[in-house]
Design a protein around this ligand. Structure first.
Ligand code: GBH
Length: 462
């Protein structure tokens, strides 16, 4: 079955500021919670940090040229809030504005469409230390001001905005099990952080729609979701899989597309789940022009039995992720990536259909999808068949979803190049281009060449 993707389908790649920029302590950038997390012993493998990363700050022109050569049509990157406002409030750091202006202009000169994420986890450190970061409702106003600066400075040229990247990760990994910055471990803070993230997202959306309507752009949120298949066809397991999806994705998507948190979360989380006022519900409802989706993997879900390990046992942490009362397991037939995440292409199709059905056929963009491979040598990277097969199979299943009526409009591969993989440091490689961390040279891998050919024929080869 060889068939093109829909006309105007957007083909791009994605990165995030902290993961690639480097120049972390230069040009007026303030510190972020990730700089502090990296400096906390034991939090990041090999003691790696973002000081140099891929040195994209100094090499962005080369990177844009590489994208152009690969035929990528769009580039999703994030703005480092502490580069714009070093302490998260008040004064603008002009050097930061200048940097993103150079990057945006360079992309446009090369005919590549910028897709800009306002927040990909690098919160200005003073907001955390002095104001408790996402746990304090004040953040809504701070994020509003920061977003306004970005729309003012870049909105004449940037027409595609993403407010937050993966609030689930920031809430659960950052405030539940403590494996991401700010490293907090709690059974209630994730719900509070998530709540304030949703309010902040909605506020930025409203500011854009009311004050910057003349810029004629679109703005949405990107959520991440791993798909859950029921372990058996028993009713309890089917219910467990559905509940797991609600705790993963509907937690963030229901308030926006339906007006409130899912009933099952209210029931299972109880008082720890904050409530939206009527006014807040209104502000949040409908606050995304598209459904940004980051998707990587799937697992099996079941009603826990007495011998089952709950999610938190698997992660090695007690806590809030047990609230959903779901046991997770793997199908032994599934291959695994270097992250040990299952490679399940049909999960991508079924997730797209799940979103389509639950949220009444929203416009969807896959804003991240990709695979870490063990690539100790340049030769290994040059033969990244596993990644090429990953992209191809996930795209094939995505097209099946499109054929079934899902309004999927674009695909951004994670990632343009190897980069700082959070708590794994530089020990995991997600790039379609290799980065040699000694020389900082970039080199497209086989998967990049394959994607390039795919883009040239709008997916007809898949
Ligand atoms: C994204 O998050 C981030 O946006 C990006 O910055 C990051 O570099 C990239 O992915 C790669 O990690 O342990 O088998 O249960 C990924 C979100 C959430 C996907 C947790 C995998 C756990 C799989 N991830 N999920 S498993």
């Amino acid at each position: 079955m060889s068939k093109k993707f829909p006309e105007n389908f957007v083909w791009g790649s994605a990165t995030a500021s902290f993961q690639i920029e480097g120049a972390a302590k230069q040009y007026g950038r303030g510190l972020s919670i990730w700089d502090a997390f990296c400096d906390t012993p034991g939090k990041v493998e090999s003691g790696h940090n973002g000081d140099v990363a891929c040195d994209h700050y100094h090499r962005f022109e080369e990177d844009v040229k590489m994208m152009k050569e690969l035929g990528l049509q769009a580039y999703r990157f994030s703005i480092a809030w502490p580069r714009i406002q070093p302490d998260g409030k008040g004064d603008i750091n002009q050097e930061g504005i200048d940097f993103y202006n150079r990057l945006i202009d360079c992309l446009l000169e090369h005919g590549i469409e910028p897709w800009v994420t306002l927040y990909h986890w690098d919160l200005p450190l003073p907001l955390q230390i002095e104001h408790d970061g996402w746990l304090n409702k004040e953040i809504v106003e701070r994020f509003e001001k920061y977003s306004r600066i970005c729309f003012e400075q870049f909105g004449d040229r940037v027409k595609n905005w993403i407010t937050l990247n993966e609030p689930w990760c920031a809430a659960v990994l950052g405030h539940g099990i403590g494996v991401h910055a700010p490293g907090r471990i709690s059974t209630s803070e994730p719900y509070l952080a998530a709540h304030n993230m949703l309010l902040s997202h909605a506020r930025a959306y409203r500011v854009y729609k009311s004050e910057f309507a003349h810029q004629n752009g679109t703005i949405g949120i990107t959520n991440n979701c791993d798909f859950r298949y029921p372990l058996t066809d028993k009713a309890e397991d089917i219910a467990a899989a559905e509940r797991s999806m609600e705790f993963f994705l509907a937690w963030f998507a229901d308030p926006i597309w339906k007006g409130d948190y899912p009933a099952v979360m209210k029931e299972y989380v109880g008082e720890r789940l904050p409530e939206f006022s009527a006014e807040e519900k209104q502000e949040i409802f409908g606050s995304s022009d598209f459904f940004g989706l980051n998707h990587y993997t799937s697992m099996l879900a079941s009603e826990p039995t007495e011998d089952d390990k709950l999610v938190s046992d698997i992660a090695g942490n007690g806590g809030m992720i047990d609230d959903q009362k779901v046991a997770l397991s793997n199908d032994p037939s599934w291959d695994k990536s270097h992250m040990q995440w299952n490679i399940v292409p049909e999960g991508c199709r079924d997730l797209l259909k799940w979103i389509d059905a639950r949220y009444d056929r929203p416009i969807i963009y896959i804003t991240e999808n990709g695979c870490a491979c063990d690539e100790p040598t340049e030769e290994a990277a040059d033969n990244d068949l596993m990644r090429k097969n990953y992209y191809e199979s996930y795209l094939r299943e995505s097209r099946k979803a499109i054929d079934a009526g899902v309004d999927l409009r674009g695909y951004f591969a994670w990632s343009l190049m190897d980069n700082f993989e959070w708590s794994f440091g530089y020990n995991r490689r997600f790039g379609m281009c290799r980065v040699d961390y000694e020389t900082l040279e970039r080199k497209p891998k086989m998967s990049a060449r394959w994607l390039s050919q795919t883009i040239a024929q709008n997916g007809e080869n898949i």
